[in-house]
Design a protein around this ligand. Structure first.
Ligand code: CP
Length: 314
């Protein structure tokens, strides 16, 4: 595959640091890789000489498997590291851990870490390209890119002028911030909706609308991106109970039945069925949740391919 354009950055630390042209380039390149992974032979030799370390200091199902598959489809060599079974448990620092892995001649690092800023810290210390696979409550750039790709697919074109509402626990969500930046780069109108306790006070300063009315927001939007209630990140009680959350803020089958217009339903996973979204909605004809997962592989192939191409050129 020949690509003449390049990303403006050596790392993908967050959508905040990508230009609109970078986002378009990733999405356009992902379209070519989507075609590749639907062929009988799903593999291309593009990253044959590249070694990638997948460092996961936090749990993951979708992102970890998706990156591993993307790397295999590109013929990269990979090593997988999980903090729970590593010398981190013996007190080894992040920098020592990464430097030891890089000493084995690794070119790129895909990392998930609970600390916002961990990726920035490393980017200033090591030569390898870094891809943020989620940093605490801060950013999850490849999720936002695959979400944008999936929205374009579902709506049949550009997102400029489209209305996207992000529902749920905005405060604890890295997907929310990355989606806001990414959708704004693509010209979409963005709204957040949820209980006041789960919406950051100053989110409006990012240029998004804020609503506490779920039914009205469902009527407003072309796409509803529903986020998980992140109980594991909540050290205080933000909602009285999960049952009440579903009743007042859930994307329920009754609320969807009241709509007299098309709507696309998304969720980055993992889903709390019966809490932020009803099973009947998650599995309905409106839902593109599994298409998001499928598109994630092509989008991550695109990100890795473009970063490798930049390393070879610079
Ligand atoms: N969407 C997402 O990041 O899922 P995982 O936590 O399973 O990777």
């Amino acid at each position: 595959m020949a690509s003449v354009q390049q990303l403006s950055t050596k790392h993908v630390l967050g959508i905040k640091y990508l230009t609109a042209a970078d986002v378009e380039l990733v999405l356009d390149t992902a379209r070519e890789f989507k075609e590749v992974i639907n062929r009988p032979i799903k593999k291309v030799p593009s990253l044959r000489d590249i070694t990638i370390a997948n460092l996961f200091f936090e749990n993951s199902t979708r992102t970890r498997i998706s990156f591993e598959l993307a790397e295999k489809r590109l013929s990269a060599d990979t090593v997988n590291f999980s903090a729970s079974s590593s010398s981190v448990k013996k007190g080894e620092s992040l920098l020592d851990t990464v430097n030891n892995i890089l000493a084995m001649k690794v070119d790129m690092v895909v990392m998930r870490h609970p600390a916002p800023g961990a990726h920035h810290f490393l980017a200033g210390k090591i030569d390898a390209s870094i891809v943020n696979a989620g940093d605490g409550t801060h950013e999850h750039p490849t999720q936002a890119l695959l979400d944008a790709y999936s929205m374009r697919d579902a709506l049949g074109g550009e997102l400029r002028g489209k209305k996207v509402c992000i529902f749920g626990d905005i405060t604890h969500s890295r997907v929310a911030l990355s989606n806001i930046f990414c959708l704004q780069r693509l010209g979409a109108h963005v709204r957040v909706c949820g209980p006041p306790t789960l919406i950051p006070k100053h989110v409006g300063s990012l240029g998004v609308e804020v609503s506490y009315d779920v039914q009205e927001s469902l009527h407003w939007c072309d796409v509803a991106n529903v986020l998980r209630i992140q109980l594991e990140r909540q050290d205080t009680k933000y909602i009285p109970s999960l049952r009440e959350y579903n009743r007042y803020f859930g994307i329920t089958k009754e609320r969807i039945a009241r709509l007299d217009k098309p709507i696309v339903i998304m969720h980055p996973g993992p889903i709390n069925r019966g809490v932020e979204i009803d099973t009947e909605v998650a599995d309905s004809e409106h839902s593109i949740i599994l298409q998001q997962v499928e598109n994630g592989v092509a989008v991550r192939m695109s990100v890795l391919y473009l970063l490798a191409a930049r390393r070879n050129e610079v």
